[in-house]
Design a protein around this ligand. Structure first.
Ligand code: BGC
Length: 771
C-alpha cells in the first residue's frame, strides 16, 4: 500500500533523489506555511519541467464564476478560490550565460530536507552545466512563524571547473495564474511594480474582490562569505521586478544571495501606502538578518511543539507521520485571526479552493482545542459566529424564514460556494457539526460565557433551521427529514439519514438545555439572548420539544443497528471483501448510479454520529453498528479511517484500530491516494491526531473531568502527548499498560485514568496501571 520515498527520521522529511515525474508531489510534501501565507516547495531557480507553482495569502480569494450544466435556483454565483499569488521565491542563476535549470542540466546529487522541528526547508544539489562547469547549490527557506508577513531564503552557489561570469537574479512576479480556473481567466489585475534603492515590490489586485497584495524583496549578496562589491541593478516591468547581480568568478568561488521577502495584503492593512510598507517590511527583515529571523522563527516553533507534539517510541515511520501531520496543521492555522479558517488542503495546493468545510468543526477542531491556547478554538467558533448573518441569508435563499440559518457547505466569507445540488442543498448535516463544536468547546474549556455572548445565537438559528426542515409525517406520526445527503456522499437525496436526524434532535435538545441553564444562571443574559434572536419562547420552544420527542430515527430491530437511512436494507447486502480490488476506488471505476444503488459507504455516517454521541450508546450497540457498517465502508474520503479507528479502539480492538490508523497516518507521505501532487489532506491530518489521542489514548471529557482509557498498538513501545484542559497542560505517557500523567500547569487538573479518579496538583506526577 505504501510507497515511501522519504528516509525514516523522527523530525525530518528527507528526499535524496529528484524525480521530475514526481516534482509536484514533492512540492506539496515540502510546502511551508505560517498561517498567514503558504508556499509550495517550488524551486528558486528556473525550472522548465512540470510544476504547480503556488504562493498563497490567507484571506485573499477570487470568486470564480460557477460552471454548471443545469442551473438550479439557490446555486451560488461563484466558487471562492485562493489565488496563486505573486511569486516571491524566484532566483535565476546564469553561469556563463547558461540558465541553471534542473530540467536541462545534468544532476549529480540532490537532497531536500524539511526540518519540522524548526520549520526549515533546505535543498542541496550539484549540477553539471551544459558548458561543463559544475555548480553546487545549497538553499534554505522559511516563512517566519514569528513575523508571519516575512520570509527569507539563503541561496548559495559554488562554481568549479574554470572561471567565467555569473548572474544571480532574485525576482518577483505578479504574472501568475491558477490551474484551477473555471474560465481560464487570470485572477489578478492592475499589476504594478516599483523599486527604491535595494528594494523592489510588485503589487496586484484580485479581480472582482479587489484584494491587493504587495510582495516586496531586498537582497544581500556575498562572495566567499564577504559582502560582494559589485553593484546590483533593479529593473521593473508592470508585473515583475528583477534585481540583477553580475560578477566574474574564479574556480571554486561561492556566491550567496539572501532574499528577504515581505507579503502584505489589504486583508490586513489599509490600501494607502501598502507597497511602501511592504518594501519597508522587507527592509526590516534584511536589517535583522537571516540568522536572527531564523532564531525567532525556531523559538515560535519550539513553543508549538512544546505543547503540541506526540512522541511515539519504537516506530519511526509512525513518529514521522504524526509529526508531519501536526506540523502541517500548525502551518495552516495559527488561530490568531477569527476571519481565517482551515482549508482541506491548507496552503499546499489549489484544490478545494482553500475554503472552509464542515471538516473544521468535525475533524480539525479537537486538535486545536487540545493543543493550543483557548483563544485559538474560540476564534474558530467566532469565524462561524461572524458568518451567522450570511448563513441566515443563505437559508433565506432556499426558502427558510424567521432567522433559520444554513451554514454553507463550502465558504470563504460566509457565502455558499458549493454548487452540486445533492451537496449544496442536501448535505445539511454540516449545520449540526457547527453546533457540536460549540458544545465541544464549552465542555473542554469551561468558557460558558461564550454561550451567552455568541454560542446561543448560532444554536438558536441552527435549531430554527432543523425545526423548519423537519416535516410531520401523517403516516408515521413522527417528524421526518426528507431529501438529504449524509456524510456518506455515495447516497443522495435519501430520507431520514440517521446521522442527520440524530444531529437535528441533539441540536434542538442542547439549545433548549443551554437556554434553561442560562435562564437559571443569569436572567439578564438570558433576556439579552432572547431579544437579540427574537426567540418566541412559547411557540418555537414548544415545537422544538415536540420534534425532540417525536423525531423518527430509523433502526433495524433484528440486527440491533441504526439504519443509515430509509430503505438501506433494500440494497444488495455486500461487504468490501466482496469487491474486486481492481474496481477500487469505486468513484474512479463505477458509474455514479451504480455507486448510489450500492451498499458501499464513502466515509463514516452512522458511525460518525456514534462517534459524536458515544456516551448515549452501550458498548454492545456500538459494536453491532461498527461490525455492520465498517465492512461496508470503502473509506474513499481521507476523513473516514480516523473515525473508524477511534471507534475500534473504543471497542478494545487495538489492532483493528491500528490498521485503520495506518491508513491516515502517512496518507500524504506515502501518497496512498495518488493525489498528493494536488496538495496535502490537512483536515484529515487532524483525524490522525484524533486516532491517537481519542483512539489509543481513549480521551473523553466526562462530567468536568478528562478521562483516559489507554491502549497501545503492539508495534509501539510507548507514546505520549500533551493536552490542554481548561487551558492547563498536562502530559500523558502510555507505556504498555502503565500510564504516567504529569500536570505541567499551575492549576489542579481533575482526571481519570482507567476509571481511577484523581485531581492532579500543579507539577504533580502520577502513575496508573490497568487493573
Ligand atoms: C468529503 C467531505 C469533505 C470534503 C473536503 C469530501 O471528499 O466527503 O466530507 O468535507 O471532501 O474534505
Amino acid at each position: 500500500m505504501s510507497d515511501t520515498r522519504f528516509q525514516s527520521d523522527e523530525w525530518k522529511i528527507i528526499e535524496t533523489r529528484f524525480e521530475p515525474s514526481r516534482a509536484r508531489d514533492s512540492e506539496s510534501i515540502f510546502a511551508l506555511g505560517n498561517g498567514m501565507m503558504g508556499q509550495r516547495a517550488n524551486f528558486e531557480e528556473t525550472y522548465s519541467g512540470d510544476t504547480l507553482q503556488g504562493s498563497y495569502v490567507a484571506g485573499v480569494y477570487y470568486p470564480d464564476k460557477t460552471v454548471v450544466g443545469w442551473w438550479k435556483i439557490g446555486y451560488p454565483e461563484y466558487f471562492a478560490k485562493v489565488p496563486n499569488a505573486p511569486s516571491w521565491i524566484g532566483i535565476k542563476i546564469r553561469i556563463d550565460g547558461e540558465e541553471l535549470d534542473l530540467a536541462k542540466c545534468t544532476l549529480r546529487s540532490f537532497r531536500r530536507e524539511l526540518d519540522m522541528k524548526q520549520g526549515l526547508l533546505t535543498r542541496s544539489f550539484t549540477v553539471v552545466m551544459p558548458s561543463g562547469r559544475v555548480a553546487e547549490v545549497s538553499a534554505k527557506r522559511f516563512l517566519s512563524m514569528h513575523e508571519p508577513e516575512k520570509a527569507a531564503i539563503s541561496y548559495s552557489v559554488r562554481i568549479t571547473g574554470g572561471a567565467g561570469t555569473v548572474e544571480i537574479i532574485p525576482w518577483l512576479s505578479a504574472d501568475v495564474y491558477n490551474e484551477d480556473a473555471n474560465y481560464d481567466e487570470k485572477f489578478w489585475e492592475n499589476e504594478s511594480s516599483a523599486s527604491d534603492g535595494d528594494r523592489a515590490v510588485v503589487v496586484a489586485q484580485t479581480r472582482k474582490t479587489a484584494f491587493v497584495v504587495a510582495t516586496a524583496m531586498e537582497n544581500v549578496f556575498t562572495r566567499n562569505g564577504r559582502k560582494a562589491g559589485e553593484k546590483t541593478a533593479i529593473t521593473t516591468t508592470d508585473k515583475t521586478a528583477h534585481c540583477t547581480f553580475s560578477a566574474t568568478y574564479a574556480d571554486g568561488d561561492t556566491f550567496n544571495v539572501t532574499k528577504y521577502a515581505a507579503v502584505l495584503s489589504s486583508f490586513n492593512h489599509p490600501l494607502e501606502g501598502l507597497a511602501e510598507k511592504a518594501m519597508a517590511t522587507a527592509g526590516e527583515a534584511a536589517k535583522k538578518g537571516f540568522e536572527a529571523m531564523l532564531a525567532d522563527h525556531r523559538r515560535a516553533w519550539e513553543k508549538k511543539w512544546e505543547h503540541g507534539d506526540i512522541v511515539i517510541r519504537g516506530d519511526i515511520a509512525a513518529q514521522q507521520g504524526i509529526r508531519f501531520n501536526i506540523f502541517q496543521l500548525n502551518q495552516t492555522y495559527t488561530g490568531e485571526d477569527p476571519r481565517l479558517n482551515i482549508g482541506p488542503k491548507g496552503f499546499t495546493g489549489e484544490k478545494y479552493g482553500g475554503s472552509t468545510y464542515w471538516d473544521t468543526e468535525a475533524f480539525a477542531f479537537p486538535f486545536y482545542l487540545s493543543t493550543a491556547d483557548t483563544h485559538v478554538a474560540r476564534n474558530l467558533l467566532l469565524y462561524r459566529y461572524k458568518h451567522l448573518g450570511k448563513a441566515i441569508e443563505n437559508a433565506g435563499k432556499l426558502g427558510f424564514t424567521a432567522g433559520a440559518a444554513l451554514y454553507p457547505m463550502v465558504t470563504m466569507n460566509g457565502e455558499e460556494c458549493h454548487n452540486e445540488w445533492e451537496i449544496t442543498f442536501e448535505e445539511i448535516h454540516r449545520n449540526g457539526a457547527i453546533a457540536y463544536a460549540i458544545y465541544n468547546y464549552v465542555r473542554h474549556t469551561g468558557d460558558q460565557d461564550y454561550l451567552a455572548e455568541y454560542g446561543l445565537e448560532v444554536l438558536i438559528a441552527i435549531s430554527r433551521f432543523w425545526a423548519q426542515r423537519a416535516t410531520f409525517s401523517q403516516e408515521k406520526h413522527q417528524y421526518v427529514i426528507l431529501g438529504v445527503t449524509g456524510p456518506n456522499e455515495y447516497e443522495n437525496n435519501v430520507n431520514n439519514n440517521w446521522y442527520t436526524n440524530t444531529l437535528a434532535r441533539w441540536t434542538l435538545r442542547y439549545t433548549c438545555e443551554m437556554l434553561d441553564w442560562l435562564k437559571d444562571t443569569s436572567l439578564v443574559k438570558y433576556n439579552s439572548v432572547i431579544s437579540r434572536t427574537q426567540l418566541d419562547t412559547q411557540c418555537e420552544l414548544s415545537l422544538w420539544k415536540e420534534i425532540i420527542d417525536n423525531i423518527y430515527l430509523p433502526v433495524h430491530h433484528d440486527l440491533g443497528i441504526f439504519l443509515q437511512q430509509d430503505g438501506f436494507m433494500d440494497k444488495v447486502q455486500q461487504t468490501v471483501n466482496d469487491l474486486d480490488p481492481a474496481v477500487r476506488p469505486l468513484n474512479q471505476h463505477w458509474s455514479w448510479d451504480r455507486i448510489l444503488r450500492s451498499v458501499f459507504i464513502k466515509q463514516a455516517d452512522v458511525l460518525q454520529g456514534i462517534y459524536f454521541f458515544e456516551e448515549e450508546f452501550s458498548e454492545e450497540a456500538i459494536r453491532r453498528n461498527f461490525d455492520f457498517y465498517e465492512p461496508r465502508c470503502v473509506h474513499e474520503s481521507s476523513l473516514s479511517a480516523s473515525i473508524h479507528s477511534v471507534l475500534a479502539a473504543r471497542l478494545h480492538d487495538t489492532e483493528r484500530a491500528y490498521t485503520l490508523y495506518l491508513r491516515t497516518a502517512r496518507l500524504d507521505l506515502d501518497d496512498y491516494n495518488h493525489e498528493v501532487k494536488d496538495g496535502l489532506h490537512i483536515t484529515s491530518m487532524a483525524g490522525t491526531w484524533l486516532a491517537i489521542v481519542e483512539g489509543f489514548g481513549g480521551m473523553r471529557i466526562c462530567n468536568d473531568r478528562v478521562c483516559f482509557n489507554p491502549a497501545i498498538p503492539a508495534a509501539w513501545e510507548s507514546y505520549s502527548f500533551i493536552i490542554r484542559y481548561r487551558n492547563n497542560p498536562f502530559r500523558v505517557e502510555v507505556n504498555g499498560t502503565k500510564v504516567n500523567v504529569v500536570n505541567l500547569s499551575g492549576a489542579d487538573i481533575p482526571l481519570a485514568v482507567y476509571g481511577e479518579q484523581v485531581t492532579l496538583k500543579p507539577g504533580e506526577e502520577k502513575r496508573f496501571g490497568k487493573q
